[in-house]
Design a protein around this ligand. Structure first.
Ligand code: FAD
Ligand code: EGU
Length: 471
């Protein structure tokens, strides 16, 4: 029997709630399968709007996100509109900049413009004849019993709509998820971290990027941290992360400059004193939340994807990438279970929850780690050790960020493998240390005068692997 004709005869209706990054991409995935796709988005059509509000201007796109875009034929286009970042650039307090590559030559991440990516995805979704985009439609409520959704339109009027499947892609504060909270045996947790973030723009200098363009710039200062990603218009968007209580301490322009002089002095002339003062007070610091839940579905009627299912803190650059990967995983399960929603939805929850929870945990772990003891020296040291071990044993030891960023290794497997590698490394250090002590003692007894030379040699090696300025 020909599956595709049987499928097209059914032509089930799929309602995607949320036309953000994941919703717009998901619309393409469902449209490609031949469903009747309706997207409902609260905002007006951002392609016509001139005010682009919302959070984070640019994002790091990596392998998982790219694979997902490739699935709907969008990879090339989006990549061509992004800026490659082949390495991080670590800024020390004294202004020294040190690059650390992400990997081999072809391994880089991309800085992409959120608004542009969203527009491209909406335009792509609209190319399918079986897709309809509905803007200024805010999901007010829906019934888990009947599947009936109620939308509020911009003029205040209400509209009721039914669908065979509701796909909740409406972000971290999902209205679709609200009904899940009323179900028995639904697990939910949310954690706001003490840090907030604020975006500052670094303009071009003489028509050129103010800093090296093809890098993700990082100023690691323990509890204070700044990250900058390049934009196509030759600006950088700097994101400042710090505890809300620290944001609140700074109330005047001079205090802003004083704070930057203490922690990010090299950025002051690049952002500019006046625009730094202006940008800082333009918007209040934004909160960051981590949300985990399970299951991701209700019966054969509704499923959550993207931030609606799992909001993660941005300290692994994976929120959008994970949401995009959700779309591929769902598509794979659809193929496996012949688009039978009753079977697909529970299987999607079964395979995807452990991975989304793993990346949520990893991002939170990295936040805690960076906040606790990551200054520029430590960052350089740790990443160098990772890279050296990977270079020496490319098959056995793969850095965690490499598995997360450059492969589609399931997140939970990457974590398991990371724990295993840590054991191997510790055992190696233990064996190596024991060997060095035993061997060293032997040499000391046999050739006492040679010890001086040995010390010099060790010092040389040490200076070679940690050639960093103080911070
Ligand atoms: P959203 O982008 O939030 O979209 C949800 C959409 O649903 C919106 O358009 C909204 O208007 C709409 N909506 C909401 N409620 C309703 C309703 N009731 N009815 C109809 N529509 C509704 N990720 C990365 O991969 N790389 C990064 O480098 C990165 N950096 C980040 C930096 C910061 C500071 C932050 C905060 C996040 C970062 N992320 C990053 C995460 C990324 O922004 C999110 O994971 C991603 O935007 C999630 O997409 P989404 O479509 O699920 O949700
Ligand atoms: C945070 C905010 C460096 C964009 C995690 C690395 C991020 C991004 C890192 C933001 C860091 C931190 C990784 C990438 C990326 C690093 C990563 C973080 C993009 C472990 C716009 N993080 N981010 N790790 O390795 O894997 O370079 O706002 F500072 S991209 Cl916090 Cl790869």
């Amino acid at each position: 029997m020909d599956n595709s004709t049987e499928r097209s005869k059914k032509k089930k209706v799929v309602s995607v709630v949320g036309g953000g990054l994941v919703g717009a991409l998901n619309a393409c995935f469902f449209a490609k399968r031949g469903f009747d796709v309706h997207v409902f988005e609260t905002r007006e059509d951002i392609r016509q709007a001139n005010t682009v509000k919302g959070r984070s201007i640019n994002l790091a796109l990596s392998h998982r996100g790219r694979q997902s875009l490739k699935h709907v034929g969008m990879e090339e286009k989006i990549v061509s509109q992004g800026i490659a970042m082949h390495a991080r650039m670590i800024h020390s307090l004294n202004g020294v900049q040190s690059p650390i590559p992400y990997g081999k030559k072809g391994q880089y991440i991309l800085s992409v413009d959120r608004a542009n990516l969203n527009k491209e995805l909406l335009t792509e979704a609209e190319k399918y004849a079986n897709t309809k985009l509905n803007f200024e439609h805010k999901l007010q409520d829906w019934s888990a019993k009947t599947g009936l959704m109620t939308f509020t339109k911009s003029d205040g009027s209400k509209e009721q709509i039914e669908a065979d499947l509701i796909v909740g892609c409406d972000g971290a504060f999902s209205a679709v998820r609200k009904q899940f909270l009323r179900q028995s045996r639904f697990n939910y947790s949310q954690t706001y971290i003490p840090h907030g973030y604020m975006e500052l723009t670094m303009p071009p200098v003489n028509g050129e990027f103010a800093m090296k363009a093809n890098y993700l710039h990082i100023w690691p200062r323990n509890t204070f941290m700044m990250i900058a990603l390049p934009n196509l218009d030759k600006t950088f968007t700097c994101t400042l992360f710090m505890p809300f209580e620290e944001f609140e301490k700074i109330t005047t322009g001079n205090e802003v400059i004083g704070f930057f002089q203490e922690y990010f002095p090299d950025a002051i002339p690049l952002i500019g004193v006046d625009s730094l003062k202006r940008d800082y007070f333009r918007l209040p610091a934004q909160a960051m939340v981590s949300i985990k839940c399970s299951p991701y579905h209700i019966g054969d009627k509704c499923v959550l994807m993207g931030d609606a299912a799992h909001a993660v803190v941005p300290f692994y650059g994976q929120g959008m990438n994970a949401g995009f990967e959700d779309c591929i995983v769902f598509d794979e399960v659809m193929e496996q279970f012949n688009e039978d929603f009753g079977a697909v939805l529970p299987e999607y929850t079964r395979v995807r929850v452990p991975d989304d929870h793993a990346i949520a945990d990893l991002a939170m772990y990295n936040y805690v780690e960076m906040r606790a003891h990551v200054n520029s020296k430590w960052f350089l040291f740790r990443k160098s050790v990772d890279n050296i071990l990977h270079f020496l044993m490319p098959k056995k030891i793969i850095p965690l960020y490499t598995m997360v960023t450059f492969t589609r290794t399931r997140y939970h497997e990457a974590v398991a493998r990371w724990h295993w590698q840590d054991k191997v490394i510790n055992r190696g250090l233990l064996l190596g240390g024991t060997g060095a002590i035993l061997g060293g003692s032997y040499l000391l007894i046999k050739y006492p005068p040679e010890i001086n030379k040995l010390c010099i040699a060790i010092e040389k090696v040490w200076n070679h692997i940690t050639p960093f300025s103080s911070s």
